[in-house]
Design a binder for this molecule. Structure first.
Ligand SMILES: [Zn+2]
Length: 106
């Protein structure tokens, strides 16, 4: 929560952004895929790290901060990619996401 507050709002960090939609398919070994959607408005915190859903995950999660910063800098409206969980509890990657980000500008 503290991290979120320190990130500031989307309106302050990125005044040119009207909305950000992050869609991701979360894949975990031995579980069915889950589609997760996150919608950011100017009043949302500019905090683009999504937690891993694996119960025992340590320090995991998916950080899309760099992806979104780069998109906004280049005024890109969409991007796709994949990330692996950076959790340190498991030697092999236990979960990953395939993401799609769409950004609307004012
Ligand atoms: Zn994890």
């Amino acid at each position: 929560m503290r991290q979120r507050c320190e990130a500031g709002s989307v309106a302050i960090r990125f005044p040119e952004v009207a909305s950000i939609i992050m869609k991701m398919t979360y894949n975990q070994k031995g579980a069915i895929s889950i589609l997760r959607t996150f919608h950011f408005t100017p009043s949302s915190y500019a905090f683009f790290t999504v937690n891993c859903l694996r119960k025992d995950c340590v320090d995991g999660g998916f950080d899309l901060t760099q992806v979104i910063n780069t998109m906004i800098r280049n005024r890109k409206v969409d991007a796709k990619g994949a990330l692996s969980c950076k959790g340190t509890d498991s030697p092999t990657s236990h979960s990953d996401i395939v993401y799609e980000v769409s950004i609307q500008y004012t």
